[in-house]
Design a protein around this ligand. Structure first.
Ligand SMILES: Cc1cc2nc3c(=O)[nH]c(=O)nc-3n(C[C@H](O)[C@H](O)[C@H](O)COP(=O)(O)OP(=O)(O)OC[C@H]3O[C@@H](n4cnc5c(N)ncnc54)[C@H](O)[C@@H]3O)c2cc1C
Length: 374
């Protein structure tokens, strides 16, 4: 492809559950689909998830994440989707041109529709010593452990009591590490009790209303200071503890990875419960640049089940607008997916996300009729 501007119907950026589901749908309608992912293997977060997934049976709860990934990859193959690995999409240019870098070359391609399914990145946390080797995101620790088979540390302080912090703690224990403490700033845990119970049973101290104060060490982390928080959110240093840890794992939230959409001048809104700045989109997953669609964590951080459903929506909408699918059939298929998404966004964890999505769709209406290809 080097040198020439080759063209495809649909380019999907990101081969996680959202991107693969989008590619399968669009290709099954007859579109020529290319998927680009920066990793050695496709699947996004899925191949790191060795635990049984939460959610409803319809959404493959009980199945381990990597098994969902294997099924998606099989369908990708069956539908003739071309997957380009070790290929970073580094730029969007007017006229739907994408800049891509692989191991050997830089090149550009053009696509009639682009689906951005680049997932999310981990939030950092700033404290004295946060740049020392031995302070890393929980997702990074999970990649080292579950993909590359490297234990990132032996004595660990986990920061964050959401599902990511709880699940990665358990996996670190299974891999032979010791969790000296899990600290959570809120007075309660954000993750599911079933995951908390697993690490409690292994004797991990779960300290709510606590934070990490400092990490120290000569060349890497050797000691970590933690302390309880006062009601006005200040660390109570009179009750601090120093732990002999060599790793601080940060599981303090994710934010949509949406730089390519900024380059394409897409409009954003700010919604903390979906991860911060979210590209505006409608129920068809179209952004305010009508040739760019979004799906999955890029469109607001949720979970793999909703990422796959949003991917399916984006794939169907792209195929329909390119004439590969009749609008009546597309409408029926979209309705089924929307019903499943609504079911996922119910209950104590889901309701907030449903409200946030409705806010995004409402705000998008301001741009309806003004969206255009750029
Ligand atoms: C510890 C943990 C446990 C979880 N447990 C569950 C669970 O039990 N159930 C559940 O439903 N969900 C779970 N999730 C959440 C789930 O994994 C994510 O919500 C889901 O993977 C999001 O899918 P995605 O396709 O949007 O993004 P990702 O899976 O993150 O995929 C995005 C892909 O895009 C690639 N990419 C990004 N930028 C570029 C670029 N510029 N060029 C090329 N490639 C790029 C990335 O490398 C990645 O491969 C868990 C997450 C974690 C971290």
């Amino acid at each position: 492809m080097a040198g020439k501007k080759v063209k495809t119907d649909v380019a999907v950026i990101g081969a996680g559950p959202a991107g693969l589901a989008a590619a399968i749908e669009a290709a099954s309608c007859g579109a020529r689909v290319w998927v680009f992912d920066e990793n050695l293997k496709p699947g996004g977060q899925l191949f790191k998830q060795i635990h049984r997934f939460f959610g409803s049976r319809e959404h493959q709860a009980g199945i381990r994440g990597f098994q969902i990934g294997q099924k998606l990859l099989q369908e990708t193959k069956e539908n003739g989707v071309k997957v380009f690995l070790e290929s970073v999409v580094w730029g969007y240019f007017p006229g739907n041109e994408l800049g891509i870098a692989d191991k050997e070359r830089l090149y550009t391609i053009k696509a009639k529709k682009i689906i951005v399914a680049t997932g999310a990145s981990e939030n950092p946390l700033h404290f004295p010593g946060w740049t020392l080797p031995g302070v890393m995101g929980a997702g990074a620790a999970q990649t080292m452990m579950n993909l590359h088979r490297i234990l990132p540390g032996r004595k660990i302080v986990m920061v964050g009591g959401g599902n990511v912090g709880l699940i990665v703690s358990y996996q670190l224990l299974q891999a032979g590490a010791e969790i000296l403490a899990l600290v959570e700033a809120l007075p309660h845990l954000g993750g599911y009790q079933v995951h908390a119970a697993k690490i409690r049973r292994q004797g991990v101290p779960i300290l709510t209303s606590h934070t990490v104060v400092e990490a120290t060490g000569k060349n890497s982390v050797e000691k970590v200071v933690i302390a309880p928080l006062t009601p006005d959110w200040k660390p109570d240093l009179s009750r601090k503890q120093t732990l002999p840890a060599d790793l601080v794992c940060l599981a303090v939230g994710l934010r949509p990875e949406a730089d390519l959409l900024s380059m394409a001048n897409c409009e954003f809104t700010y919604l903390p419960n979906l991860g911060g700045f979210i590209p505006l989109h409608n129920e068809n997953m179209e952004t305010t640049n009508s040739d760019l669609l979004v799906a999955g964590d890029t469109a607001g951080v949720e979970e793999a089940s909703s990422a796959m459903e949003e991917g399916r929506l984006a794939g169907i909408c792209a195929a329909m607008s390119l004439g590969f699918l009749k609008s009546k059939e597309a409408k029926e298929r979209k309705r089924e997916i929307m019903n499943r998404l609504e079911a996922l966004r119910k209950g104590p964890f889901g309701e907030d996300r449903q409200k946030a999505k409705e806010k995004i769709w409402k705000e998008y209406e301001k741009y309806e009729g003004k969206v255009n290809s750029r």
